[in-house]
Design a binder for this molecule. Sequence first.
Ligand SMILES: N[C@@H](CCC(=O)N[C@@H](CS)C(=O)NCC(=O)O)C(=O)O
Length: 343
Amino acid sequence: MRKTTLAAAAGLTAILFSGTAMAGKDLDTIKARGNLICGVGQGTAGFMMADSQGKWVGLDVDVCRAVSAALFGDSEKVKYVPLSSQQRFTALQSGEVDMLSNNTTQTLTRDTALGLDFTAITYYDGQGFLVPKKLNVKSAKELNGATVCVAPGTTTELNLADYFRANKMTFKPVVIEKVDEVRAAFFSGRCDVYTNDSSSLYATRAANPPPPLKPEDFIVLPEIISKEPLAPAVRHGDNQFADIVRWSQYAMLEAEEYGITSKNVDEMLKSENPTIKRILGVTPGMGKALGVDEKWVYNIVKQVGNYGESFDRNVGSGSVLKIDRGLNKLWTKGGLQYAPPIR
Ligand SMILES: N[C@@H](CCC(=O)N[C@@H](CS)C(=O)NCC(=O)O)C(=O)O
């Protein structure tokens, strides 16, 4: 009896570690369906937004597209589901979406009690405060007694309370779930301050002031009061799917580090550099290990671009937001973006 169990266990171990990735049930469902269902936000310029043709674009959207390119060889096999901060975790837990790629912060309780797995950090962010210039406030320390617009079910709401308490100040929260309503409340003067991840504040200032208000009428205060490592999330339980999401992100970073872009990727297929050959599947093996096509990185880079291209196009120098790379520079340039090797 004992012997049989041990033999069975050994057999199972052999299957699990046979070197080929095994599909879990989430991955099986996605493959059978033929598309990826990505939970995104309700609309934030540069990060996740439906354009005038209804096509979703943005830095977070590009992660969904990269995963789709790795899985299907086509970055457009994605259905986007806009979710509020309140709805997002239930939507993922219930299977309404396969993954979240919005502005979700990785925290201990979300990783454990909520049954999620975070993949890799797409954007190192921090919470800030947006105020009208005419209030003449220069620092968050001057916000005692302010009315503050904030979304529910967010780290933002918790950090806000901690920050005011720690600084012995009071505030009046105006808690609104829908992002366009919270912005409208702020722009109409119902709140003195809007607090969110600073990336979202830059997006809001650049894209949302209703005329005659202009971006220059608002400032983001210098204080960054929290760490907001934003990362895609999947449900616990399908490690291979989590690996595919994680390594699709790393592939975009590795491509940037090795100078592989959407423009030169065909040329790079001829590279003699062993690392580039392995990344692009010219030397096979990485695709098999991950359980996807050997051209997975080629497809991601060709169709979506590397991380730097995505950053510049959506939120950086090539966009209206003009956000500095800051902490999101590659580690080789003094930033925090660092992908483990594809080998
Ligand atoms: N990173 C924070 C905040 C995330 C969040 O969803 N904030 C809302 C506040 S309105 C937002 O910016 N949503 C933008 C959108 O839905 O497009 C968290 O994970 O709790």
